[in-house]
Design a protein around this ligand. Structure first.
Ligand SMILES: Cc1cc2nc3c(=O)[nH]c(=O)nc-3n(C[C@H](O)[C@H](O)[C@H](O)COP(=O)(O)O)c2cc1C
Length: 336
């Protein structure tokens, strides 16, 4: 998979997820085998550039290349300015979000709401592509609603405007996250254009990644929710695509050490107050399905300090490890 001058090490991409794909998570997924990770969306409103949140989202220190930053908005000039601003802060690829169904975003005609206005899409893409000398990529849904699946049309516009790679989430805006993602429209998009196409939506296992690659002929797959608390999914998929064989699930001891290192990164990145809060959802994802995890998660949400959070996590995993030793492997049983 090639995006402009960047040859990715494989065809597995971490989906942008606001509140999730911060620098610590992107780095971890890359370490665990992802070929690229797209940042959380960054507002295109320059009034927000100085805010703590926006500054943190634009922090790429030590991040493995290529650094892809997603911008969101509806005004071509503001998006162009946001693209320039992020490139001057280290972005090597600019990704434009036309896939987000969130009300907050769609009410201002940004995210997936833009798919309704093809002329505006063309104007935005041309303006941003001309504003920066790094590759610009686009992320869309299959259309506005099931009666208006215009992904193929948008894909042609994107290619004509100089977009260098297109990710398609196999749902319409109206579908939000309901129902199953469909891949037929993504296959049609792949047929219609020559730039790389990335399939996204409900890819949760090595077999599903292979099935989607085979069915659609796309160049890469993008994985979002399935990587939450499971960053090793990238190495599992990479191994399966290469060999046709499954890697064994990680042992409890490995999950513990990956999670503890992830927590340290979160505390470093956000500081104690925010770090402890951001960490709660990750801890909850990592421990989902492990014995006793429901009670553990409840207790975890009361803890306020780094020391307490680490000690509780450690204690939980040491108890799990004892069980694992008697039980051979005990990963992802039904939640107790
Ligand atoms: C918590 C969360 C935050 C998201 N934030 C963004 C975002 O900032 N930009 C974007 O383009 N998509 C965003 N998405 C959509 C994902 O990138 C992806 O398209 C969607 O989750 C489907 O892929 P999956 O089934 O692999 O999760 C978000 C999804 C989730 C669950």
């Amino acid at each position: 998979m090639q995006i402009g001058p960047y040859q990715l090490k494989n065809n597995l991409i971490v989906a942008p997820m606001a509140g999730v794909t911060d620098r610590p998570f992107r780095q971890l997924c890359k370490k665990m085998g992802a070929g690229m990770a797209v940042s959380e969306m960054v507002a295109s409103n320059s009034l927000l550039y100085g805010s703590e949140k926006t500054k943190r989202r634009a922090n790429h220190e030590g991040e493995v290349e290529p650094i892809s930053v997603q911008i969101v908005g509806a005004d071509p000039e503001m998006l162009a300015e946001a693209a320039r601003h992020n490139v001057s802060n280290g972005a090597q690829i600019i990704d434009i979000n036309m896939g987000c169904p969130a009300k907050k975003i769609c009410n201002v005609m940004a995210g997936s709401a833009l798919l309704r206005d093809e002329a505006l899409v063309a104007k935005i893409l041309t303006t941003v592509v001309n504003a920066v000398d790094v590759p610009v990529t686009l992320k869309i849904r299959t259309g506005w609603d099931k009666a208006n699946r215009n992904a193929v049309q948008i894909a042609r516009i994107a290619e004509d405007c100089g977009i260098q790679s297109l990710a398609v989430h196999g749902r319409t805006r109206a579908c939000a996250y309901m129902g199953d993602a469909e891949y037929d429209t993504i296959a049609d998009v792949k047929q219609a254009i020559r730039i790389p196409v990335v399939a996204n939506g409900d890819i949760t296992s090595p077999e599903k990644a292979k099935l989607v690659l085979d069915k659609t002929g796309v160049d890469a797959v993008m994985i979002g929710r399935a990587a939450q608390g499971r960053p090793w999914i990238f190495r599992e998929i990479a191994h399966y695509l290469k060999t046709g064989e499954y890697l064994p699930a990680p042992e409890v001891a490995e999950i513990r050490s990956v999670l503890l290192a992830h927590l340290e990164d979160l505390y470093d990145f956000y500081g104690e107050h925010t770090g402890v809060r951001v960490a709660r959802k990750h801890i909850s994802w990592y421990t989902k399905g492990l014995v006793g995890s429901a009670n553990f998660r409840h207790a975890m949400n009361q803890l306020q300090t780094v020391e307490e959070q680490i000690a509780a996590t450690d204690e939980f995993f040491l108890a799990e490890d004892g069980l694992a030793a008697t039980n051979d492997r005990l990963i992802y049983k039904e939640a107790a």
